[in-house]
Design a protein around this ligand. Structure first.
Ligand SMILES: [Ca+2]
Length: 128
């Protein structure tokens, strides 16, 4: 999922097809995320996926600003993080058929990667 905010847009703008190739292309001459996991697992793990924006080259625009989602205190580094995830899922629901992303048919989505426009100082940009 490619998401941006009214106060943060990707720069330079990269399209969903750019990220599709970067992450999942198995024929690219450069290494992709798929290649990494394939190689590290000695061919046992093949990561496949689809990159979604909001149509065309647009990213999914979240309803609140990056500054809002990025709010944190010394004692709570992600008070608005759950809302961020809920907004991503809510806005992507009309775009994504999540049933297509349950490879083992256990009723749960196998994985979601959220790529968001920001600066690296977001506390949750460092991983969860
Ligand atoms: Ca599953």
């Amino acid at each position: 999922m490619l998401v941006d905010f009214s106060d943060r847009q990707p720069s330079p703008v990269s399209t969903p097809s750019f990220y599709q190739s970067l992450l999942f292309d198995s024929t690219s001459t450069r290494s992709t995320m798929r290649d990494y996991f394939y190689d590290m697992s000695y061919g046992k793990l093949q990561v496949v996926g689809t990159v979604y924006g909001s149509g065309g080259t647009a990213w999914i625009r979240l309803p609140k600003t990056f500054s809002y989602y990025n709010y944190y205190t010394d004692s709570d580094w992600r008070p608005h993080f759950d809302e961020f995830i809920n907004d991503v899922i809510t806005l992507s629901n009309p775009i994504v058929n999540y049933a297509n992303h349950d490879g083992n048919n256990n009723g749960y989505i196998d994985g979601i990667i959220i790529i968001y426009a920001c600066q690296v100082d977001a506390p949750w940009a460092k991983g969860l």
